[in-house]
Design a protein around this ligand. Sequence first.
Ligand SMILES: [Zn+2]
Length: 120
Amino acid sequence: MLPQPPNPQHKRMKREKKTIGYMTQIYCKNHHNTKGGEICKECSEFEEYAFIRLDKCPFQDKKSTCGKCLIHCYRPDMKEKVKVVMRYSGPRMLIYHPTLALHHAWDSHRKAPKLAKKAN
Ligand SMILES: [Zn+2]
């Protein structure tokens, strides 16, 4: 199977970005006292970084959730931040954005794909 060219327009990737955007918003609102869906500089840098990683993800619409991925492409400081944000906002997504939260839970049940697939 040939690797597919990245397709950031895929609905799966758009949804992933939306999810991470909301999670960042929830986290920032309650930790940095931002309002009305705005996020602070630190959090917007994080969000931007996460979007770039998604754009560069070699699995694209085939990906599982990042937490399950075999590559772990985040750099160490961002990896820490994503863990904290997810742990805090993950359960709260069920309250604020239940549909996205369900999609995310569903996606995480996919097996994380491997880069080089051996032919059977
Ligand atoms: Zn913030």
